[in-house]
Ligand binder design. Structure first.
Ligand SMILES: [Zn+2]
Length: 315
């Protein structure tokens, strides 16, 4: 269904979407860096607000309010200080060098080109800029171009670009913080269900069963593991992420995604333990592997993926 009399084949061609992906990758770098810090500030602010309720605290613990008022007052002072902090969100303040505070000029901020022009160094203090930034930009560019190439230059390809962008952000935030924010997993889940309901992606029943099945399957693994080993193997964020993957890719892709991410997770985990001196008990975030499994499912396609997994299990 054409949305507007536009030449989609040009605007959504692999080249154009690839360049668009570079820009989105640049935006993702900001999201990956700032969302965890924004949430940390928000949580501390909320906790402070709750702790200032001296009466509730006294009631719960069963002591006189005079005992809890001292804490409430002290926490209130910190809460006020958090409120007074300068604004910090996705757009404010502008990007700066973490070493010297130099504010990036527009051409230094250009995706990939900015990093190349600077030779990977801050123009003011010459501190190296992590290669991670251009890598994420290139990765997102290639991912978008790949979608246009695989799904064709049509409007729904943009939806899948959004899906992939959210997955890249989630994987990197999980690597950095071992945490998958609800602020990304839940909208991604709802968007997947909505896109299916609109008839833009997969049949709705597959999306709904995929979402519910994704959540419940990992939830079950979590509780079985917890009852047997008495510790947590993964977090609730992983369930929500697999639910989102189920909503976008459908119920039939759940098992392949879980298998794929478990195999890759086990291989990488073993590598880290054997060659990088990690301990067995270390928490390795599962999110990046789920994302990897989901991306393979998306780009390789269901039929080829099932074939591939069949071959792996035979070999
Ligand atoms: Zn600098």
């Amino acid at each position: 269904m054409p949305l507007a009399p536009l030449d989609w084949s040009l605007w959504l061609s692999p080249w154009v979407l690839g360049i668009f992906g570079l820009c989105i990758g640049s935006f993702l770098n900001v999201v990956i860096h700032r969302i965890p810090r924004m949430l940390e500030r928000q949580w501390l602010h909320e906790s402070a607000a709750q702790l200032t309720d001296a009466e509730a605290m006294a009631r719960v613990i069963g002591v006189a309010p005079s005992e809890t008022e001292k804490l409430a007052k002290a926490v209130d002072a910190y809460g006020t200080r958090i409120e007074a902090l300068p604004r910090f969100n996705i757009v404010t303040p502008r990007s700066r060098c973490p070493h010297c505070g130099h504010q990036l000029r527009w051409h230094e901020n250009l995706p990939l080109v900015g990093w190349l022009l600077l030779g990977g160094k801050c123009s003011a203090c010459k501190a190296p800029i992590s290669t991670r930034y251009p890598i994420i930009e290139v990765l997102t560019g290639l991912a978008f171009a790949g979608l246009s190439w695989r799904l064709g230059a049509q409007p729904t390809t943009l939806l899948w670009c959004g899906f992939v962008a959210a997955l890249i952000a989630l994987a990197m935030i999980d690597v950095d913080t071992q945490f998958l924010p609800d602020d990304i997993t839940l909208p991604l889940l709802w968007a997947g269900l909505l896109a299916a309901a609109m008839g833009w992606t997969i049949p709705l029943e597959k999306a709904v069963i995929g979402a519910a099945g994704g959540y419940v399957s990992l939830w079950t693994v979590y509780w079985v593991y917890r009852l047997i080993r008495n510790r947590e193997g993964m977090g609730y964020g992983d369930f929500k992420l697999l639910a989102a993957l189920g909503a976008w890719l459908g119920s039939s892709m759940l098992l392949p995604v879980i298998l794929l991410s478990s195999v890759v997770g086990a291989v990488v985990g073993t590598f880290l333990i054997l060659f990088r001196g990690h301990k067995w008990e270390i928490h390795i975030p599962f999110g990046p592997y789920l994302v990897g499994g989901g991306l393979v499912a998306l780009y390789v396609g269901p039929a080829s993926l099932l074939e591939l997994l069949g071959l792996l299990s035979l070999g």
